[in-house]
Design a protein around this ligand. Sequence first.
Ligand SMILES: [Zn+2]
Length: 641
Amino acid sequence: MSSGPAKGPVPVGALRAAAPAARPGGPPPLPKAQVRRARRDFTVELVADLLLGQDLLSDAQRREVLAKESTQRARLGKRESRGGVRHEVSPIELVASFQFPFAGGRPDELLDEDRISEAVARELGVHYWKIDPLKLDMALITRLISRPFARKHVMLPYRQADQRLEVLVSNPFDIELFESLRQLAAMEVTPILSAPSDILRSVTEIYGFRHSVKAAEREQSGQIHDVDIGNLEQLMKLSGVEELEATDKPVVSAVDYLLNYAFSQRASDIHIEPRREQAVVRMRIDGILNQVYTIPRAVHTPIVARLKMLARMDIAEKRRPQDGRIKTSRESKGEKREVELRVSSVPVAFGEKLVIRIFEGAFQDLAELGFAPEELEIFEGWITQPHGLVLVTGPTGSGKTTTLYAALRSIASEAVNITTIEDPVEMVQEAFNQVNIQPKIDLTFANALRHVLRQDPDVIMVGEIRDPETAQNAVQAALTGHLVLSTVHTNDSASAVSRLKDLGVPGFLLAGTLRGVMAQRLLRQICPRCSRPTTLASDQIAALGLGRPEDLVGKLQVAQGEGCAYCRGTGYHGRTGIFELLPVTAKTRQLIQAGAESAEIEKAARLEGMRSLRENGVRKLASGLTTFDEVWGATADIEQR
Ligand SMILES: [Zn+2]
């Protein structure tokens, strides 16, 4: 992994206009005339010309931009002023608003603010940086400048290095701005060009959250237990960013900012952890936890209370673990998407730790999970049977539930009655009848299953089979004309058979009902924007058990992400599944019936063509979709038995 945002902006050259040598007592001011002239220089025409020079705009597109400049500016200005504080529409924003295709990019890529900023920076010899909000220094920013200032100038201080202040700007010629910052910080200023919309979004997030937390802290010093519990609607409405700035309920805003931020960062979960001195907020993005905020202890309690209230948990109960759910929605690219939040609290040494898992309403389709075509065909064959048992196995976090939901959705229709029994319901889907198990009132998997069967559904999804009664009821249901989908907690597919045997299901019953077992894992996918070819070392080849390493060294082409702004320097973007599908055939059925060991069943299935998780991982590795580390990490536990 090289360069990328981990080390901050990539130097392309230095801007010469901004910085005479520093001297004690602060730098001297620049002549006013020079300031005025320079400021006017960053125009739409200049940007259009620079893009034309790099073949990113055609002549005709350039003419269109210049002809429609004023009307477009008026339109954008109107849109922007909704937020209250106006800022000047940047030439970069303006050109991007035409949404021209990005010449030389993928078919769906647009000449967006990032592309334009990058091209302009290259041409002007300025640094460019795609903002990674996780790398912004909240303390530095809020110490140096106010929100209205940042917003008016569309800028943000980035970091201090060697007596220089690096500043993210949307106008690289804004000498007046650099001059005032130079006076303010008493050090030289290096401008770095960033996309204007990214800067504004970060301004809002940083000042918004910070402001809310500060205000909440002040409020807390007076009364600890004054938490807003008025809103008991089930569907929580997240405030938009504009509304947030107006609200006078700081805890409410802080929570809304936090959630908005997590959504915009594609986080899959948020951890709020109390420590001795303060609380820490971490977010998991593509499987990796990043620390995002620290908040004062005094504010931790009301933020947790607000979230528990939204999730309809018992706010007063702090010593027992609890679970809850919040249903909300968010705007993404102009459309509203449902988001499901699963909240759990656990008491730890310094208070309550809260984990919020985020499920984007957009359910995935079976075809998007990462199946090879022939695997998809096998799996679809199982779930379109009128009855029988289909099992998905894998450790926690391997995507089992997502697969089951996708399976149910693919077979859902007016004519099919689908019931799910879950602990707890993960994603609400109106087409299904979903039952939340509640051990407190003795509604267990097994009990719920018994009740559900009286209503004679066609398809039943049982969240997990983990006790003998559920196992036996599930098999019974499959035997009496229902299609039953469920998960078991085993590492590979063949072990699921022994697991059910251990739970008291006789071999002949299982042999008669089981359609197939699928084991699965999730692997991080290589970022498509910075993927580059590489080869495997001999020890890696040996570790994967691929033939004779010495023959293959340097010959196996794989890929790796170098790290770029798009993937925040990780080299990964998104995840994909790998699968091991064990179909119940004449041969395997015979073995199951005879009570064979899982190793024997596995061997038979492999002889009939079953590919292991490791093999399927290696296929994805060889096709450049994922890395050695991912395949190795996700399958080491099985192959080393
Ligand atoms: Zn990348």
